[in-house]
Design a protein around this ligand. Structure first.
Ligand code: ADP
Length: 630
């Protein structure tokens, strides 16, 4: 709105003051001169007073003052000594007083006018601002298209309706204005008198808010967040109500879906046996599952918001932030997406071995890493115990195998010892008549005795090594030597049963990575089984062969000419406690499989009735470069 200034409100210009003063004084002076013959000098002061008044009216206080001054001069000149008599003095004093009064009055009037003018400007400004604000508010209200904003009169009839209301509820402004807001309530709510009750509540409390079902024009329902505010005028009388309605159907559905998913996730996290920890890109822990609390001994509240490195021992603890930074910078993941065995650090400082799998998720522009940890403490303890038991069993089985061979071994040892005794006795007899010839014969006899004693000693040493309990030591061994050593124990006494042994060793199929004693145990076991199987066979030949196999392995074969495998045992041959022998434990082949598999090889059998049995097993072949590296 434009503001117009009244002419009286602004002070008159100096030129206008001078002109007005001179003009009014001149007119009054001329009028006084003209009227003097008729009225003597009586009206002079009156006319000059009128001049002052006219100037004041026309040009304000300054003009009045200037005119009063000029009129006083003119009066003195015209009236010829005003102090001559009392009458003239009274007229002059009257002029001065009235002029002074006019000037003072004009001054006060001028102040009032100025104040009124300022007030008028302020009022204009306020009204313009109010109009602008109203327009802005209307725009704002219509711009809020996600909110239904409307006003009701004191009776609950609609008076203002915004675009958002039209969009949410479906009614256009012209069809809803003047109607009752009860139109938006479901029928059962209307029947219960809820529309009036809600307004009454808003009137009583000033404001009423609820989440409830409301109707659209097409009759469909939507979940609404409704706020009703009572509006009063300056006197406190109810003017009406302001209503803001938000359609929260989708929002609530999404909220419920999130709550449901969160509840499911929490239930999973509470029950999943693996520990789960989520961290952000700075390594700060965001969640810590129940299993994680059990595994690390921390409460959730003790770790949330802290860096995950507190769950790691050195040097990972110090390096972990660097790992994340490096990954975020280069995108090269070392552990993400894979599983590895790592060490964790419990609250009490003890270490916890666990299998760690890390996943990554990005949501809402933020990166989150999830770590699943499986506690391996029990598993590793069980594995270690199992390994101990296995090696114990393997050892016991070796001792028991040798126990079963005791008589044969005793016989095997008896031979060289008897021979030593014989040679020593012969030497003794020869020395009864010593001559140079005899001395030479004694020397030969003693040399033979020493040879036999060495043979006996070798058997005892091998036997001792074989039954000794020692740590499993996989080393590079020459396969033919290993086979020959095993034969010296395994074949003991077999020649007496008419069993022939043939060696077909490939000189290229060596060396191998093996624990010497354990692989000898496999060989002894297979050789003794072969010998026992051939007790009633007409042909009794054991063939021990070695050959280069596939994938860097060497194959060892022990074949016999026995009756072949019993049909009942063939399918479960390597299981423990399976035996067809009256005194058999059924452990030999199962132990053979354990040993071979612990060496990274495999064991299998081929057999056809009447054509003997062939046991094969493989060992890791060490090629020369690998050997050099070791
Ligand atoms: P045990 O010798 O105490 O019976 P093993 O596990 O060494 O236990 O052997 C299991 C069974 O496998 C034997 O009882 C036997 O029936 C069969 N068997 C093993 N080797 C041979 C073989 N060379 N020829 C035929 N049968 C065999």
């Amino acid at each position: 709105m434009a503001v117009r200034l009244s002419p009286q409100a602004s002070p008159a210009s100096p030129a206008r003051v001078v002109i007005t003063s001179l003009l009014s004084v001149c007119i009054a002076t001329l009028a006084a001169i003209a009227l003097e013959p008729f009225l003597a000098d009586r009206p002079t002061w009156l006319l000059l007073t009128i001049a002052v008044l006219a100037s004041a009216w026309a040009s304000g206080v300054m003009a009045a003052a200037a005119t009063a001054f000029a009129s006083a001069l003119s009066g003195v000149l015209l009236v010829d000594t005003p102090f001559r008599d009392a009458d003239r003095l009274v007229h002059a004093a009257g002029f001065v007083t009235i002029s002074l009064g006019i000037v003072l009055l004009m001054r006060r009037l001028s102040h009032w006018r100025e104040a009124a003018h300022v007030h008028e400007i302020d009022a204009g400004e306020s009204s313009r601002k109010a109009q602008e604000t109203a327009e802005e508010q209307a725009l704002l209200i219509d711009g809020a298209t996600t909110l239904a904003i409307y006003m009701l009169d004191a009776r609950g009839h609609i008076t203002i309706w915004n675009k958002g209301a039209e969009r949410i509820k479906g009614w256009k402004e012209q069809e809803i204005l003047g109607r009752s807001a009860a139109a938006f309530y479901p029928h059962e709510d209307v029947a219960k008198g809820k529309p009036e009750a809600d307004l009454a509540q808003a009137r009583a409390d000033g404001r009423f808010q609820e989440e409830t079902w409301r109707l659209r024009k097409d009759g469909s329902e939507f979940l609404a967040d409704v706020t009703i505010t009572a509006l009063h005028d300056a006197d406190g009388r109810l003017r009406g109500f302001g209503k803001v309605v938000r359609d929260i159907t989708d929002e609530k559905a999404a909220e419920r879906a999130i709550e449901k998913r969160e509840a499911q996730l929490n239930a999973i996290l509470a029950t999943v046996p693996d520990a789960m920890v989520t961290i952000d890109a700075e390594g700060t822990m965001l969640s810590f599952s129940n299993a994680a609390q059990r595994m690390f001994g921390y409460d959730e509240s003790e770790v949330l918001g802290k860096n995950v490195s507190m769950l790691m021992p050195s040097p990972d603890r110090e390096a972990h932030d660097g790992y994340i930074t490096q990954y975020l910078k280069t995108g090269q993941a070392h552990i993400i997406g894979s599983t590895r065995r790592v060490m964790g650090c419990r609250k009490d400082g003890t270490l916890v071995p666990h299998e760690l799998a890390i996943g990554e998720a990005t949501g809402g522009g933020e990166r989150v890493f999830t770590g699943f940890m499986r506690d391996l403490t029990d598993q590793e303890a069980t594995a270690a115990r199992l390994k101990d038991l296995q090696s114990e069993l393997i050892h016991v089985s070796r001792v028991s195998a040798m126990g079963a061979m005791a008589s044969t071994l005793a016989h095997e040892l008896n031979q060289p010892i008897t021979a030593v005794v014989n040679y020593v006795q012969i030497a003794n007899i020869l020395l009864e008549s010593p001559d140079p010839q005899t001395v030479a014969e004694v020397r030969d006899a003693l040399a033979d005795a020493a040879g036999e004693a060495l043979r006996a000693g070798q058997i005892v040493r091998r036997l001792r090594d074989f039954v000794a309990r020692g740590e499993v030591q996989k080393q590079v061994h020459d396969l033919p030597t290993l086979i020959e050593e095993a034969c010296s124990l395994g074949l003991v006494g077999l020649s007496e049963h008419g069993i022939t042994v043939r060696l077909q060793l490939d000189q290229a199929a060596t060396p191998v990575l093996a624990d010497r004693i354990q692989i000898e145990q496999v060989l002894v076991n297979l050789i003794r089984n072969a010998a026992e199987a051939m007790v009633e066979s007409p042909t009794r030949i054991i063939t021990i062969a070695s050959a280069l196999g596939s994938a860097g392995m060497v194959r060892v074969t022990i074949a016999d000419t026995g009756p072949g495998l019993d049909e009942g045992v063939a399918s479960q041959l390597f299981q423990a406690f399976l035996s067809t022998k009256t005194d058999g434990m059924g452990l030999g082949l199962s132990i053979c499989r354990t040993i071979v598999e612990a060496h990274g090889g495999k064991i299998w059998v081929e057999s056809s009735a009447g054509h003997g049995t062939r046991f094969h097993f493989t060992l890791m072949h060490i090629i020369s470069e690998e050997r050099d590296e070791r």
